[in-house]
Design a protein around this ligand. Structure first.
Ligand code: AMP
Length: 190
């Protein structure tokens, strides 16, 4: 299964992706994590990405698409994966289609986590990550509305998109996701 998790920053994509990866034995691929590792290690990519991330902007499509193509080309990805934080623009979504075609990945499912904007600002401010100042958070949300939200409409034309209520306990949300993905009693996964 190739799973894509969509939703605004702070909606819980990272937490839910980790759980789903464990539940369904998928590889969790978070572009934000990969970038943060590069920033910590001060790699060339990390040095390029640092300021962009601190300002709540998006790293360029070229860099991100190259990164995802490299990651998805690894042999272990055949086991299935969950993409968290990618695609974030229409251009990335279109490039991902080509990557999926080239690599013959054809069991794509999309989860869209939905949470009110008020709740998102509350959660992001509580998280306290380096790129979580109020100004940056607001900028990230406007980038999301302008550049990332259209990705959902694009996917609606091609795939089934499961809207999941992202408010509630971590476990409740996890169960809702497992339910739509597997259509079986979630208790079997415990
Ligand atoms: P995240 O951990 O997904 O919230 O990502 C943290 C930051 O990394 C974002 O605010 C962007 O600056 C950058 N980033 C992560 N994924 C992408 C992507 N697919 N395209 C562009 N920038 C990204």
């Amino acid at each position: 299964m190739q799973l894509i998790i969509l939703g605004p920053p702070g909606v819980g994509k990272g937490t839910q992706s980790q759980l789903i990866a464990q539940n369904l034995h998928l590889i969790h691929l978070s572009t934000g994590e990969i970038l943060r590792n590069n920033v910590d290690k001060k790699t060339h990519l990390g040095l390029q990405a640092k300021l962009v991330m601190e300002n709540g902007k998006l790293v360029s499509d070229d860099i991100m698409i190259g990164m995802i193509r490299d990651e998805l080309s690894k042999p272990e990805m055949n086991k299935g994966f969950i993409l968290d934080g990618f695609p974030r623009t229409l251009e990335q979504a279109k490039a991902l289609d080509n990557i999926f075609t080239d690599l013959k990945f054809d069991d794509v499912k999309i989860i869209n986590l939905v949470v009110s904007e008020e709740e998102i600002i509350k959660r992001l401010m509580a998280r306290g990550r380096q790129d979580d100042s109020l100004e940056t958070v607001k900028h990230r949300l406007s980038v999301y509305r302008e550049q990332t939200a259209p990705v959902k409409s694009y996917y609606l034309q091609k795939f089934i998109v499961f809207d999941i209520n992202g408010e509630g306990s971590i476990e409740e949300i996890n169960n809702s996701i497992l339910h739509v993905l597997t259509r079986v009693n979630v208790k079997e996964f415990k």
